[in-house]
Design a protein around this ligand. Structure first.
Ligand code: PMV
Length: 312
């Protein structure tokens, strides 16, 4: 095959970020509002990367692209990919905003290489490569990003145990808003690890509370009770704030959403910037929230009907 191509969407963590690193359950789904397309083909002189944040020889890729260069190293070794190659990455996922752009770029590239080498890219095979690259980008990833993005359905995820498909079918809409400020997942995860060392009893208790809220949210979704899900989201945000993962930009958008009929609102992903999510009763109220959040300073907003994943 002369050219290989692969696509991956972003992801949204509905409940359970950070506590998922400590073995608690989390709910996440692939987010079709954003995505990354990767294509790969032979090149003449040297291996080359073309993307919005870097274009140049692979050998000169910046340290911030280490997840990509490490992944390529594994893929080249495994497939004996013909070098030099030309890799093009087109992304509509804002980077470092808790939408899983680093896992998505890895999934898209891995799928493109599998396509180029004409091998079926099963989720298991894709994850094998992506998890290794994510370990470099994240430090201590729970694996939720890579697992969600390499699949097609919402999942309930637990580190070390795995995932199971989760029917996220509810009469409500989720509004996602980007603060426009880069999140700091790696730093936030590290700081919580420090808290865990300094105040193990209290921090463990907070993690378990977050886990319980995820379980309650799961029940609320199964019973189609948006009000209860919204309440779980608010309580989770309170705990995430105590753990130091929120910031003023997130708090401002979350407060604005709650003052404007959101049923619940919280950060999503690593926090300290990045995106927030707000639960809206219906599409009209969700679209209104989108406008209000944009006026309040959000860089971008998206809306997703939570009924779209209904398994019929
Ligand atoms: O910020 P993101 O999109 O990479 O989400 C990270 C989720 C965390 O729970 C904070 C970390 C992890 O590895 O699970």
């Amino acid at each position: 095959k002369s050219i290989g191509s692969g696509y991956a969407s972003g992801k949204i963590i509905l409940m359970g970020e950070h506590s998922v690193v400590y073995g608690e359950p989390a709910i996440a789904f692939p987010f079709s509002g954003t995505g990354i397309q990767a294509t790969i083909q032979a090149n003449d002189l040297e291996s080359w990367i073309e993307s919005s944040f870097f274009h140049g020889p692979l050998s000169k890729a910046p340290n911030t692209m280490r997840n990509v260069t490490v992944l390529l190293w594994y893929l080249v070794k495994h497939f004996k990919i013909p070098e030099p190659f030309y890799l093009k990455i087109d992304s509509s996922i804002p980077a470092e905003r808790g939408m899983g752009s680093s896992a998505a770029v890895a999934v898209a590239i891995t799928r493109a290489v599998f396509d180029w080498m004409e091998e079926a890219a099963t989720q298991e095979k894709v994850l094998h490569f992506v998890n290794q690259a994510e370990a470099v980008a994240h430090g201590n990833p729970s694996g939720i990003d890579a697992t969600t993005i390499s699949g097609t359905e919402p999942i309930l995820y637990q580190k070390g145990i795995g995932f199971r498909p989760f029917q996220l079918n509810m009469d409500a809409f989720l509004v996602v808003a980007d603060t426009g400020v880069k999140g700091q997942t790696r730093k936030a995860v590290k700081d919580i690890a420090k808290l865990m060392e300094m105040r193990p009893y209290e921090t463990n208790k907070q993690m378990r509370s977050l886990g319980k809220l995820t379980a309650q949210a799961q029940q609320a979704i199964l019973k189609n009770r948006p009000q209860i899900l919204g309440d779980c989201m608010n309580q989770a945000q309170g705990l995430l704030r105590l753990l130091g993962t929120s910031n003023s930009h997130l708090d401002h958008l979350i407060q604005t959403a709650l003052e404007n009929q959101a049923l619940g609102a919280k950060l999503t992903g690593g926090g300290r910037g990045g995106c927030m999510i707000a639960l809206a009763e219906n599409e009209t109220s969700g679209r209104r929230l989108q406008r209000i959040l944009l006026d309040a300073g959000a860089r971008n907003t998206w809306i997703e009907g939570l009924g779209v994943y209904a398994h019929v």
